[in-house]
Design a protein around this ligand. Structure first.
Ligand code: PGA
Length: 250
C-alpha cells in the first residue's frame, strides 16, 4: 500500500504574509493520518520550514537544477532546497515543461539530482487536451514516465503526479473512469519497471482542479493515493477539507 499524501503547490503565489495560512493549516492538523506537504515559492522555503518545524507538515520546492552547483544564474540546486528545510521537490510540472521548455530528459536529470541530494522527487506527467482528444493519453503518459523517471526510483524517493494539462486551473476535472484508467496504467508501469514492492508503494497523486467538493470522489479511485493541489492549497480553509477527505480514505 502506498502512503497517502496531500500536497499543495503554491506556484508563484505568496509573500511572507502567506505563512499565516501555513500556521493555520498546522494548527488544524496537529496529528494527521496522511502526509501533508506544502511547496511554496523558493523565497519562502526556509521560513516555511521554520514555521512548521517539529510538526507533521513538510515543505517542498517547485523545481531544482540538474547540477549540484555552478554558473547557473537564477537556478536552485536540490542540495540548496534540502539545506533550506525542504524534503521534496516537484519536477516536470506542465507549467515548467511549457514555460521553460523542459523535456522529459531534463526531468530525468533533475530527478537524479533530487535523489542524490536526498529529496523526494514528485514527478509530474499529463496529456494536453489535443492529445486526449486524439486518444493518445496512455501513449503520452507511458512515454513521459519511461523517460522522466530514472532507474532506482523507490517508494521512499519518488511520487508520481498525474496532472492532465487541460484540468489544471480550469475547473475541468476528468471523469472518475478517466482518472481510474490512467492511474491503473501508471501503477502497472511502476510495478513493471521498479518491481512489485516498490511499484505498488510509490504514491500516485492526481492533480488538476482538485477542490473541497470533488476531493472525496477523486480519492475513492483505487490507485489515487492523494492529490497535488494548486489554487485550493493557498488558503488553509480550502486545503483543510481536502486533507480530511484523504484521511477519510486512509
Ligand atoms: P490546480 O493546479 O489545482 O490549481 O488546478 C494543480 C497543479 O498544477 O498542480
Amino acid at each position: 500500500m502506498a502512503r497517502k499524501l496531500a500536497a499543495g503547490n503554491w506556484k508563484m503565489n505568496g509573500t511572507r504574509a502567506a505563512l499565516e495560512e501555513l500556521s493555520a493549516l498546522a494548527q488544524a492538523h496537529p496529528d494527521p493520518s496522511v502526509d501533508i506537504l506544502i511547496c511554496p515559492p523558493a523565497t519562502l522555503v526556509q521560513t516555511a520550514a521554520a514555521t512548521v518545524a517539529n510538526g507533521p507538515i513538510q515543505i517542498g520546492g517547485q523545481d531544482c537544477h540538474a547540477q549540484a552547483s555552478g554558473a547557473h544564474t537564477g537556478d536552485i540546486s536540490a542540495e540548496m532546497l534540502l539545506d533550506a528545510g525542504a524534503t521534496s521537490v516537484i519536477l516536470g510540472h506542465s507549467e515548467r515543461r511549457e514555460d521553460h521548455g523542459e523535456s522529459s530528459d531534463d526531468v530525468n536529470a533533475k530527478t537524479r539530482a533530487a535523489h542524490a541530494a536526498g529529496l523526494v522527487a514528485i514527478v509530474c506527467v499529463g496529456e494536453s487536451l489535443s492529445q486526449r482528444e486524439a486518444a493518445n493519453t496512455l501513449d503520452i503518459i507511458g512515454e513521459q514516465l519511461a523517460t522522466s523517471l530514472p532507474d532506482g526510483c523507490t517508494a521512499a524517493n519518488t511520487v508520481v503526479a498525474y496532472e492532465p494539462i487541460w484540468a489544471i486551473g480550469t475547473g475541468k476535472v476528468p471523469t472518475t473512469e478517466q482518472i481510474d484508467e490512467v492511474h491503473d496504467f501508471i501503477r502497472a508501469r511502476m510495478i513493471r519497471r521498479f518491481g512489485e514492492n516498490e511499484g505498488r508503494a510509490i504514491p500516485l497523486l492526481y492533480g488538476g482542479s482538485v477542490k473541497t467538493d470533488n476531493a472525496a470522489e477523486i480519492f475513492a479511485t483505487d490507485n489515487v493515493d492523494g492529490a497535488l493541489v494548486g489554487g485550493a492549497s493557498l488558503k488553509a480553509t480550502d486545503f483543510s477539507p481536502i486533507i480530511k477527505a484523504l484521511e477519510g480514505k486512509a
